[in-house]
Ligand binder design. Structure first.
Ligand code: NAD
Ligand code: WQD
Length: 345
Protein backbone atom coordinates (compact mmCIF):
# COMPACT_ATOMS: atom_id res chain seq x y z
CA UNK A 1 0.00 0.00 0.00
CA UNK A 2 1.12 3.56 -0.67
CA UNK A 3 1.56 5.55 2.53
CA UNK A 4 0.59 9.22 2.72
CA UNK A 5 1.46 11.63 5.54
CA UNK A 6 -1.54 13.87 6.17
CA UNK A 7 -0.60 16.93 8.23
CA UNK A 8 -3.51 18.51 10.06
CA UNK A 9 -5.28 15.17 9.71
CA UNK A 10 -7.40 15.74 12.82
CA UNK A 11 -8.83 18.92 11.30
CA UNK A 12 -11.91 19.53 9.18
CA UNK A 13 -10.66 19.00 5.62
CA UNK A 14 -7.78 16.71 6.64
CA UNK A 15 -10.07 14.18 8.35
CA UNK A 16 -12.49 14.06 5.41
CA UNK A 17 -9.53 13.58 3.08
CA UNK A 18 -8.20 10.72 5.21
CA UNK A 19 -11.59 8.98 4.82
CA UNK A 20 -11.39 9.33 1.02
CA UNK A 21 -7.73 8.24 0.91
CA UNK A 22 -8.63 5.11 2.88
CA UNK A 23 -11.57 4.49 0.52
CA UNK A 24 -9.14 4.71 -2.39
CA UNK A 25 -6.80 2.12 -0.80
CA UNK A 26 -4.06 4.40 0.54
CA UNK A 27 -2.42 3.93 3.92
CA UNK A 28 -2.28 7.14 5.98
CA UNK A 29 -0.62 8.62 9.04
CA UNK A 30 -1.75 11.92 10.56
CA UNK A 31 0.66 14.53 11.97
CA UNK A 32 -1.14 17.13 14.10
CA UNK A 33 -0.55 19.26 17.19
CA UNK A 34 -4.31 19.64 17.90
CA UNK A 35 -4.08 23.43 18.08
CA UNK A 36 -7.49 23.56 16.37
CA UNK A 37 -8.71 19.98 16.70
CA UNK A 38 -8.79 16.94 18.88
CA UNK A 39 -7.48 13.36 18.51
CA UNK A 40 -11.09 12.14 18.97
CA UNK A 41 -11.37 12.82 15.25
CA UNK A 42 -9.59 9.51 14.61
CA UNK A 43 -12.41 7.65 16.38
CA UNK A 44 -14.89 9.26 14.00
CA UNK A 45 -12.70 8.34 11.03
CA UNK A 46 -12.68 4.77 12.36
CA UNK A 47 -16.46 4.74 12.80
CA UNK A 48 -16.83 5.64 9.12
CA UNK A 49 -13.96 3.70 7.56
CA UNK A 50 -13.47 0.83 10.01
CA UNK A 51 -9.77 1.72 10.14
CA UNK A 52 -7.80 2.99 13.12
CA UNK A 53 -5.17 5.19 11.55
CA UNK A 54 -1.75 5.79 13.12
CA UNK A 55 -0.99 9.35 14.22
CA UNK A 56 1.85 11.44 15.62
CA UNK A 57 1.36 14.42 17.90
CA UNK A 58 3.81 16.95 16.54
CA UNK A 59 4.07 20.68 16.11
CA UNK A 60 5.38 20.94 12.57
CA UNK A 61 7.12 24.23 13.28
CA UNK A 62 9.39 22.25 15.63
CA UNK A 63 12.01 20.88 13.27
CA UNK A 64 13.54 18.38 15.69
CA UNK A 65 10.15 16.84 16.48
CA UNK A 66 9.16 16.86 12.82
CA UNK A 67 12.37 15.02 11.89
CA UNK A 68 11.55 12.39 14.55
CA UNK A 69 8.02 11.95 13.18
CA UNK A 70 9.31 11.53 9.61
CA UNK A 71 11.87 8.96 10.75
CA UNK A 72 9.04 6.76 12.03
CA UNK A 73 7.37 6.80 8.61
CA UNK A 74 10.24 6.37 6.17
CA UNK A 75 7.97 4.35 3.90
CA UNK A 76 5.72 7.35 3.15
CA UNK A 77 5.72 8.41 -0.51
CA UNK A 78 3.34 11.38 -0.42
CA UNK A 79 2.37 14.30 1.83
CA UNK A 80 -0.82 16.30 1.99
CA UNK A 81 -0.06 19.41 4.00
CA UNK A 82 -3.23 20.79 5.58
CA UNK A 83 -1.74 21.93 8.89
CA UNK A 84 -2.12 25.69 9.25
CA UNK A 85 -3.90 28.38 11.19
CA UNK A 86 -6.79 29.61 9.05
CA UNK A 87 -8.84 32.38 10.62
CA UNK A 88 -8.85 35.64 8.69
CA UNK A 89 -9.68 37.98 11.64
CA UNK A 90 -7.32 36.10 13.97
CA UNK A 91 -4.51 36.53 11.44
CA UNK A 92 -5.12 40.28 11.36
CA UNK A 93 -4.70 40.35 15.15
CA UNK A 94 -1.75 37.91 15.26
CA UNK A 95 0.25 38.16 12.03
CA UNK A 96 3.53 36.91 13.48
CA UNK A 97 1.87 33.78 14.88
CA UNK A 98 0.32 33.08 11.46
CA UNK A 99 3.55 33.57 9.51
CA UNK A 100 5.50 31.50 12.04
CA UNK A 101 3.00 28.64 12.13
CA UNK A 102 2.05 28.44 8.48
CA UNK A 103 5.39 29.18 6.84
CA UNK A 104 7.79 27.44 9.25
CA UNK A 105 5.70 24.28 9.11
CA UNK A 106 5.61 24.32 5.31
CA UNK A 107 9.37 24.89 5.15
CA UNK A 108 9.97 21.88 7.42
CA UNK A 109 7.58 19.76 5.34
CA UNK A 110 9.29 20.72 2.09
CA UNK A 111 12.78 20.16 3.50
CA UNK A 112 11.94 16.76 4.99
CA UNK A 113 10.01 15.79 1.87
CA UNK A 114 13.22 16.34 -0.12
CA UNK A 115 15.36 14.43 2.40
CA UNK A 116 12.98 11.46 2.52
CA UNK A 117 12.49 11.14 -1.23
CA UNK A 118 8.79 11.98 -1.06
CA UNK A 119 7.32 11.71 -4.56
CA UNK A 120 4.48 14.21 -4.26
CA UNK A 121 3.36 16.96 -1.86
CA UNK A 122 -0.06 18.61 -2.03
CA UNK A 123 -0.41 22.03 -0.38
CA UNK A 124 -3.65 23.56 0.96
CA UNK A 125 -3.90 26.95 -0.63
CA UNK A 126 -6.90 29.23 -0.69
CA UNK A 127 -8.95 31.46 -2.98
CA UNK A 128 -7.86 34.25 -0.64
CA UNK A 129 -4.54 34.39 -2.57
CA UNK A 130 -6.40 36.27 -5.34
CA UNK A 131 -7.25 39.20 -3.03
CA UNK A 132 -9.98 41.54 -4.20
CA UNK A 133 -11.09 40.80 -7.76
CA UNK A 134 -13.04 42.90 -10.22
CA UNK A 135 -16.38 41.53 -11.48
CA UNK A 136 -14.96 41.05 -14.96
CA UNK A 137 -12.37 38.64 -13.47
CA UNK A 138 -15.08 36.17 -12.41
CA UNK A 139 -15.24 33.20 -12.52
CA UNK A 140 -11.61 33.33 -11.46
CA UNK A 141 -9.04 31.26 -13.38
CA UNK A 142 -5.72 30.07 -11.96
CA UNK A 143 -3.69 32.43 -14.18
CA UNK A 144 -5.30 35.54 -12.63
CA UNK A 145 -2.62 37.77 -11.09
CA UNK A 146 -2.75 38.09 -7.34
CA UNK A 147 -3.78 41.33 -5.74
CA UNK A 148 -2.40 42.43 -2.41
CA UNK A 149 -3.42 39.92 0.26
CA UNK A 150 -6.24 41.15 2.51
CA UNK A 151 -4.69 39.65 5.64
CA UNK A 152 -1.57 37.84 6.83
CA UNK A 153 -3.38 34.48 6.57
CA UNK A 154 -3.91 35.04 2.82
CA UNK A 155 -0.36 36.34 2.51
CA UNK A 156 0.98 33.21 4.22
CA UNK A 157 -0.75 31.16 1.49
CA UNK A 158 0.71 33.38 -1.25
CA UNK A 159 4.14 32.87 0.32
CA UNK A 160 3.47 29.13 0.60
CA UNK A 161 2.72 28.87 -3.11
CA UNK A 162 5.87 30.91 -3.91
CA UNK A 163 7.88 28.51 -1.75
CA UNK A 164 6.50 25.51 -3.65
CA UNK A 165 7.13 27.14 -7.04
CA UNK A 166 10.76 27.90 -6.22
CA UNK A 167 11.48 24.59 -4.51
CA UNK A 168 10.02 22.75 -7.53
CA UNK A 169 12.91 24.09 -9.63
CA UNK A 170 15.39 21.91 -7.75
CA UNK A 171 13.03 19.17 -6.56
CA UNK A 172 12.39 15.61 -7.69
CA UNK A 173 8.91 15.94 -6.17
CA UNK A 174 5.65 16.83 -7.85
CA UNK A 175 4.25 19.80 -5.94
CA UNK A 176 0.60 20.78 -6.31
CA UNK A 177 -1.17 23.74 -4.66
CA UNK A 178 -4.94 23.41 -4.42
CA UNK A 179 -6.81 26.68 -3.93
CA UNK A 180 -10.02 25.93 -2.04
CA UNK A 181 -12.98 28.25 -2.23
CA UNK A 182 -15.51 27.85 0.65
CA UNK A 183 -15.57 24.29 2.05
CA UNK A 184 -18.90 23.48 3.73
CA UNK A 185 -20.85 20.49 5.02
CA UNK A 186 -20.00 17.21 6.67
CA UNK A 187 -19.53 13.56 5.82
CA UNK A 188 -22.70 12.10 4.32
CA UNK A 189 -23.03 9.77 7.35
CA UNK A 190 -23.26 12.80 9.65
CA UNK A 191 -20.52 11.23 11.79
CA UNK A 192 -17.72 13.66 10.96
CA UNK A 193 -17.73 17.38 10.38
CA UNK A 194 -16.25 20.69 11.36
CA UNK A 195 -15.24 20.88 15.04
CA UNK A 196 -12.67 23.61 15.56
CA UNK A 197 -11.44 24.43 19.04
CA UNK A 198 -11.09 28.11 18.10
CA UNK A 199 -13.95 30.59 17.53
CA UNK A 200 -15.91 30.02 14.31
CA UNK A 201 -16.58 32.88 11.88
CA UNK A 202 -17.76 30.93 8.86
CA UNK A 203 -21.27 31.00 7.45
CA UNK A 204 -22.34 27.33 7.53
CA UNK A 205 -21.54 26.53 11.19
CA UNK A 206 -23.11 29.84 12.19
CA UNK A 207 -26.29 28.92 10.29
CA UNK A 208 -26.51 25.49 11.95
CA UNK A 209 -25.77 26.91 15.41
CA UNK A 210 -28.45 29.60 14.99
CA UNK A 211 -30.95 27.00 13.74
CA UNK A 212 -30.15 24.79 16.74
CA UNK A 213 -30.67 27.68 19.15
CA UNK A 214 -27.01 27.66 20.20
CA UNK A 215 -26.79 31.31 19.19
CA UNK A 216 -29.59 33.86 19.03
CA UNK A 217 -29.39 34.48 15.31
CA UNK A 218 -27.13 34.96 12.36
CA UNK A 219 -26.25 38.43 11.16
CA UNK A 220 -26.21 38.66 7.38
CA UNK A 221 -23.24 40.90 6.68
CA UNK A 222 -24.71 43.36 4.19
CA UNK A 223 -27.72 43.30 1.87
CA UNK A 224 -26.62 46.26 -0.23
CA UNK A 225 -24.12 44.53 -2.52
CA UNK A 226 -24.63 44.73 -6.25
CA UNK A 227 -25.81 41.10 -6.45
CA UNK A 228 -29.16 39.44 -7.28
CA UNK A 229 -30.47 39.73 -3.71
CA UNK A 230 -28.01 42.22 -2.21
CA UNK A 231 -26.01 39.70 -0.16
CA UNK A 232 -22.46 38.59 -0.96
CA UNK A 233 -21.69 35.71 -3.32
CA UNK A 234 -19.30 32.83 -2.57
CA UNK A 235 -18.43 29.49 -4.11
CA UNK A 236 -19.41 26.88 -1.51
CA UNK A 237 -18.06 23.39 -2.05
CA UNK A 238 -18.84 20.20 -0.15
CA UNK A 239 -15.93 19.07 2.04
CA UNK A 240 -16.12 15.49 0.71
CA UNK A 241 -15.81 16.81 -2.86
CA UNK A 242 -12.69 18.71 -1.77
CA UNK A 243 -11.42 15.53 -0.10
CA UNK A 244 -11.92 13.48 -3.29
CA UNK A 245 -10.03 16.11 -5.28
CA UNK A 246 -7.04 15.51 -2.99
CA UNK A 247 -7.11 11.80 -3.80
CA UNK A 248 -7.07 12.67 -7.52
CA UNK A 249 -4.27 15.19 -6.98
CA UNK A 250 -2.20 12.65 -5.04
CA UNK A 251 -2.76 10.01 -7.73
CA UNK A 252 -1.61 12.54 -10.32
CA UNK A 253 1.41 13.58 -8.24
CA UNK A 254 2.48 9.96 -7.84
CA UNK A 255 2.15 9.31 -11.57
CA UNK A 256 4.45 10.45 -14.36
CA UNK A 257 1.64 12.39 -16.01
CA UNK A 258 2.32 15.95 -14.85
CA UNK A 259 3.47 18.37 -17.54
CA UNK A 260 5.65 20.21 -15.03
CA UNK A 261 6.47 19.28 -11.42
CA UNK A 262 4.58 22.30 -10.05
CA UNK A 263 0.93 23.07 -10.64
CA UNK A 264 -1.92 25.07 -9.14
CA UNK A 265 -5.60 24.14 -9.31
CA UNK A 266 -8.76 25.90 -8.08
CA UNK A 267 -11.19 23.74 -6.11
CA UNK A 268 -14.63 25.28 -6.33
CA UNK A 269 -18.06 24.34 -7.62
CA UNK A 270 -18.17 27.12 -10.18
CA UNK A 271 -21.50 28.32 -8.76
CA UNK A 272 -21.90 31.56 -6.90
CA UNK A 273 -24.39 31.35 -4.02
CA UNK A 274 -25.59 34.37 -2.02
CA UNK A 275 -25.87 34.40 1.79
CA UNK A 276 -29.69 34.52 1.54
CA UNK A 277 -29.67 31.60 -0.90
CA UNK A 278 -27.54 29.59 1.53
CA UNK A 279 -29.97 30.32 4.38
CA UNK A 280 -32.95 29.43 2.14
CA UNK A 281 -31.26 26.17 1.09
CA UNK A 282 -30.79 25.27 4.74
CA UNK A 283 -34.44 26.00 5.59
CA UNK A 284 -35.78 24.18 2.50
CA UNK A 285 -33.71 21.06 3.13
CA UNK A 286 -34.15 20.77 6.87
CA UNK A 287 -37.54 22.36 7.48
CA UNK A 288 -35.89 24.35 10.28
CA UNK A 289 -36.05 28.15 10.40
CA UNK A 290 -32.85 30.19 10.71
CA UNK A 291 -33.30 33.32 12.83
CA UNK A 292 -31.39 36.13 11.14
CA UNK A 293 -31.11 39.87 10.86
CA UNK A 294 -29.28 42.05 8.40
CA UNK A 295 -26.26 43.97 9.63
CA UNK A 296 -23.56 46.08 8.04
CA UNK A 297 -20.96 44.66 5.67
CA UNK A 298 -18.07 42.84 7.37
CA UNK A 299 -14.68 44.53 7.05
CA UNK A 300 -12.53 42.92 4.38
CA UNK A 301 -15.39 41.02 2.69
CA UNK A 302 -15.52 41.04 -1.09
CA UNK A 303 -18.81 41.31 -2.98
CA UNK A 304 -18.44 38.14 -5.02
CA UNK A 305 -15.94 35.42 -5.77
CA UNK A 306 -16.39 32.08 -7.50
CA UNK A 307 -14.19 29.69 -9.34
CA UNK A 308 -13.65 28.65 -12.90
CA UNK A 309 -13.42 24.85 -12.63
CA UNK A 310 -12.15 24.04 -16.12
CA UNK A 311 -8.60 23.32 -14.99
CA UNK A 312 -9.66 21.00 -12.16
CA UNK A 313 -11.70 18.97 -14.64
CA UNK A 314 -8.88 18.86 -17.18
CA UNK A 315 -5.92 18.27 -14.87
CA UNK A 316 -7.50 16.24 -12.05
CA UNK A 317 -10.43 14.73 -13.95
CA UNK A 318 -12.52 15.93 -11.02
CA UNK A 319 -15.64 17.95 -10.51
CA UNK A 320 -18.11 18.47 -7.68
CA UNK A 321 -20.78 15.86 -7.16
CA UNK A 322 -22.66 17.59 -4.33
CA UNK A 323 -24.44 20.95 -4.24
CA UNK A 324 -25.64 23.49 -1.69
CA UNK A 325 -28.59 21.22 -0.71
CA UNK A 326 -26.28 18.37 0.36
CA UNK A 327 -23.92 20.86 2.03
CA UNK A 328 -26.73 22.15 4.23
CA UNK A 329 -28.30 18.73 4.90
CA UNK A 330 -25.01 17.21 6.03
CA UNK A 331 -23.98 20.29 8.04
CA UNK A 332 -27.30 19.96 9.90
CA UNK A 333 -26.84 16.21 10.44
CA UNK A 334 -23.44 16.97 11.95
CA UNK A 335 -24.81 19.73 14.18
CA UNK A 336 -27.39 17.27 15.50
CA UNK A 337 -24.68 14.65 16.08
CA UNK A 338 -22.79 17.20 18.20
CA UNK A 339 -25.91 18.03 20.21
CA UNK A 340 -26.97 14.38 20.63
CA UNK A 341 -23.50 13.44 21.87
CA UNK A 342 -23.20 16.51 24.08
CA UNK A 343 -20.09 17.66 22.23
CA UNK A 344 -19.24 21.35 22.41
CA UNK A 345 -17.78 22.54 19.10
P1 NAD B 1 -8.55 22.97 10.63
O1 NAD B 1 -8.13 24.02 11.58
O2 NAD B 1 -9.80 22.21 10.90
O3 NAD B 1 -7.37 21.92 10.40
C1 NAD B 1 -6.03 22.30 10.47
C2 NAD B 1 -5.32 21.28 11.33
O4 NAD B 1 -3.92 21.60 11.38
C3 NAD B 1 -5.82 21.28 12.78
O5 NAD B 1 -6.09 19.95 13.16
C4 NAD B 1 -4.67 21.87 13.58
O6 NAD B 1 -4.60 21.34 14.89
C5 NAD B 1 -3.48 21.47 12.74
N1 NAD B 1 -2.30 22.34 12.87
C6 NAD B 1 -2.23 23.69 12.77
N2 NAD B 1 -0.97 24.10 12.96
C7 NAD B 1 -0.21 22.99 13.17
C8 NAD B 1 1.15 22.78 13.44
N3 NAD B 1 2.02 23.78 13.55
N4 NAD B 1 1.60 21.51 13.61
C9 NAD B 1 0.73 20.47 13.51
N5 NAD B 1 -0.58 20.62 13.27
C10 NAD B 1 -1.05 21.87 13.11
O7 NAD B 1 -8.64 23.69 9.20
P2 NAD B 1 -9.25 23.15 7.83
O8 NAD B 1 -10.47 23.93 7.55
O9 NAD B 1 -9.29 21.69 7.82
O10 NAD B 1 -8.13 23.68 6.83
C11 NAD B 1 -7.11 22.83 6.35
C12 NAD B 1 -6.23 23.62 5.41
O11 NAD B 1 -7.02 24.15 4.35
C13 NAD B 1 -5.53 24.82 6.04
O12 NAD B 1 -4.25 24.92 5.49
C14 NAD B 1 -6.38 25.99 5.61
O13 NAD B 1 -5.64 27.18 5.54
C15 NAD B 1 -6.81 25.54 4.22
N6 NAD B 1 -8.05 26.16 3.75
C16 NAD B 1 -9.17 26.05 4.52
C17 NAD B 1 -10.35 26.66 4.08
C18 NAD B 1 -11.59 26.60 4.92
O14 NAD B 1 -12.46 27.47 4.74
N7 NAD B 1 -11.76 25.65 5.82
C19 NAD B 1 -10.38 27.34 2.85
C20 NAD B 1 -9.20 27.41 2.10
C21 NAD B 1 -8.04 26.81 2.57
C1 WQD C 1 -19.10 33.56 3.67
C2 WQD C 1 -20.14 34.63 3.42
C3 WQD C 1 -19.88 36.58 4.78
C4 WQD C 1 -20.80 34.76 8.58
C5 WQD C 1 -13.18 32.66 4.37
C6 WQD C 1 -11.77 33.07 4.09
C7 WQD C 1 -11.26 32.36 2.86
C8 WQD C 1 -11.48 30.87 2.96
C9 WQD C 1 -12.90 30.56 3.26
C10 WQD C 1 -9.54 29.93 4.06
C11 WQD C 1 -19.56 36.04 3.39
C12 WQD C 1 -21.20 35.88 5.06
C13 WQD C 1 -20.60 34.92 7.24
C14 WQD C 1 -21.90 35.41 9.19
C15 WQD C 1 -22.53 36.31 7.06
N1 WQD C 1 -10.75 30.30 4.06
N2 WQD C 1 -21.45 35.70 6.49
N3 WQD C 1 -22.73 36.16 8.40
O1 WQD C 1 -15.13 35.08 4.30
O2 WQD C 1 -15.96 33.97 2.17
O3 WQD C 1 -13.98 33.09 3.29
O4 WQD C 1 -13.30 31.25 4.47
O5 WQD C 1 -8.74 29.99 3.20
O6 WQD C 1 -9.91 32.64 2.76
O7 WQD C 1 -11.73 34.46 3.88
O8 WQD C 1 -16.17 32.76 4.37
O9 WQD C 1 -17.87 31.61 5.68
O10 WQD C 1 -16.72 33.63 6.68
O11 WQD C 1 -18.33 33.93 4.83
O12 WQD C 1 -23.30 37.01 6.40
O13 WQD C 1 -22.12 35.32 10.40
O14 WQD C 1 -21.08 34.61 4.50
O15 WQD C 1 -20.05 37.97 4.80
O16 WQD C 1 -20.25 36.76 2.42
P1 WQD C 1 -15.34 33.86 3.52
P2 WQD C 1 -17.26 32.95 5.49
Amino acid sequence: MQKIIVTGGAGYIGSHTIIELLNAGFEVVSFDNYSNSNPDTYQRVKAISGIQIPFEEVDLTDKTKTIEAFKKHQDAIGIIHFAALKSVPDSVARPIEYYRNNNDSLLNILELGELHGIKSTIFSSSCSVYGNLRKDQLPVVEETSWNEAECSYANSKQMGEDMLRNVSKISQQNLIALRYFNPVGAHISGLNGEMPSKVVNNLAPIITQAAAGLRDQITVFGDDYNTRDGSAIRDYIHVSDIAKAHVKAMQLGLSDKMESNFDVVNLGSGNGVTVFEAINAFEKNTGVKVPYSVGPRRDGDVEAIYSDCTKAERVLNWKCELGIDEMMTTAWKWQQYLIDNNIKA
